[in-house]
Design a binder for this molecule. Structure first.
Ligand code: IMP
Ligand code: MG
Length: 183
């Protein structure tokens, strides 16, 4: 068996840190949408499915019950390096026209995915588009991009857990791990 089939990980963000941060994020997001009856969340699949579940419930506790839909974009393929190309795997089904949209994603890395999501939603006539990411990787972006709300800033390491995957594994970890060795 190749050594490469045993990637090593260490814990980077604990489940408790994540669960403390999410209600804080919800409180920070709340004022931006509290007076808007028609806003919507568009979460990017696959990576954000755990985060948007927890964030959505934290927003509900504050009285916000937006529609939540999903847009599937892929850039990574299998492995730990982005392919550099963003592909639309599934468009969102809600009508974003003239609506204020909150895009939720797991991680901001090169910026390509979120920049692509912004272009798509602008083309479809969204009134405003804001971005909340759980993780912001501290790397020079391929495309300049800043999220409006960030859970945690992290170093330039490949991470997995809490929705983020390594070849579709590790998504169900309640915490975030960082890869020690490249697989
Ligand atoms: P970007 O387009 O380079 O900003 O990458 C964003 C997308 O790549 C995210 O939505 C993730 O799905 C994926 N991604 C980026 N970095 C990581 C990582 O460290 N682990 C797992 N997925 C990642
Ligand atoms: Mg993703």
């Amino acid at each position: 068996m190749k050594a490469s089939s045993h990637p090593r990980f260490s814990e980077l963000i604990t489940a408790r840190q994540i669960q403390r941060r999410i209600p804080q994020l919800a409180r920070l997001i709340h004022p931006a949408f509290a007076r808007d009856p028609d806003w919507a969340i568009v979460a990017l699949l696959n990576g954000s499915y755990v985060f948007v579940a927890d964030l959505g419930r934290a927003l509900h506790k504050l009285g916000l019950t937006p529609p939540i839909d999903f847009l599937a974009l892929s850039s990574y393929g299998a492995g730990t390096r982005s392919s550099g190309k963003v592909k639309v795997e599934r468009h969102c089904k809600i009508d974003v026209r003239n609506r204020n949209i909150l895009v939720v994603d797991d991680i901001l890395d090169s910026g390509r995915t979120l920049a692509h999501a912004r272009r798509l939603l602008e083309t479809r006539g969204a009134r405003s588009i804001r971005f909340c990411v759980l993780l912001d990787k501290q790397v020079p972006r391929a495309i300049p991009f800043q999220a409006d709300w960030v859970g945690f800033s992290i170093p330039d390491r490949f991470v997995a857990g809490y929705g983020l995957d390594l070849d579709h594994r590790l998504r169900n970890l309640p915490h975030i791990v960082a890869l020690d060795t490249q697989p």
